[in-house]
Structure formats: C-alpha cells, structure tokens
Design a protein around this ligand. Sequence first.
Ligand code: PA5
Ligand code: NI
Length: 187
Amino acid sequence: MPDIMTPFGLAIDLETGDMVAATNRLVRRASDMRGYYADAEALDRLIQEQDDPLHYEVFELPVPPENGQLMYCISKLQPGQVGQEFFMTKGHYHSVSATAEIYLCLAGRGYMVMKTAEGKWATEEMMRGRMVYVPPHWAHRSVNTDANETLVSFCVYPGDAGHNYGDIEREGLGKRVFQRGGDIVLE
Ligand code: PA5
Ligand code: NI
C-alpha cells in the first residue's frame, strides 16, 4: 500500500497571483534568455543597460513528480520588449510529451503560442479570467503583450510531465510576437 498523502489547501491572491505558501521560486533574467530572441544584440543591450532585468518568475509548492499527481504553479512574466519582440518564456514540450496543461490567466494580456513537432502551430489569447488548454504534444510559451502589466497565470499539469527545453531552444515556437508600428504582429 503506497503512502497516502495528506490533503492541503493554500491561498492564491487572484489579483496578483501571490502564493505565500510557495517554497520554490524559479527566476529567469534577461541573460537566461540568450538564444531565444530574434534580435540577439537588442538582448545584449538590455542586459548591459538595464542591469540584467528580471524576465519571469515561477512560484511552486511542489508535490511529488509522479503520475497521478497534479503539479501547479504561478507564472509571472514581466512586460517589456527585446527590440520589437515582446518578452516571453523559454517555452517547452513536456518530457512526457503526451501530457496536457491548463493555464488560467489572472492578470495582464498576452498570447500562448503553441506548436507540435509536426509543425502545426496555434495561438490563444491570454487575459484575466481566460483559460487556455494546451493539449498533449503541444509545446507552449507565454508572451506578454501589455506595455505595463505583468502577465500572471496559474498553471496545472501532470506531476510526471517534466520540461523539455532543448527542442524549442533549437526549433523555436514557429511564430514570434512583435510590436510593429503600434500593432501586435505574429511572424
Ligand atoms: O509548466 C509550465 O508550462 C509553466 O509553469 C512554465 O514552466 C512557466 O510558465 C515558465 O515557462 P518555461 O518553463 O517555458 O520557462
Ligand atoms: Ni508546461
């Protein structure tokens, strides 16, 4: 008989995403994003001129990374641009590719950009109160298109899903999101 886990509850501020009980805080700064943006020189300038600014944070109170568990987190992606490209997360497939994920956007505005290994791609708008379902086998990346607000989401995915960053680092997500003359453009 396996050990039976004890149920628990915790508070999440639905305006700010603050999850006070979180024990893990993953921080990605601009310098962690080398190789991800179209304009590498603009990223270098940002790192130098703005003292390697915060890019995004992920907060977790982890559960065992096992089949049957549900991992959950709060993701906070800062507003900003690298050249004309909006700030984004690295993006990943799950290591167990046949696992889905749910994102519930709590604040801000942006897009979830998704693709399959076969080259299909899709986007979904993210805004407060909107949920995005990322099906199994779809790589996913969030992009903050707001000028000022942090893009805050609550994410839930299978405990054993894992993160595979290498493929997206090599392939990209198929589409990038730019600001071109006041318009938000996917290219
Ligand atoms: O599991 C997820 O998809 C999210 O929690 C992401 O990990 C989070 O948004 C950060 O993005 P990434 O893992 O691509 O750096
Ligand atoms: Ni994921």
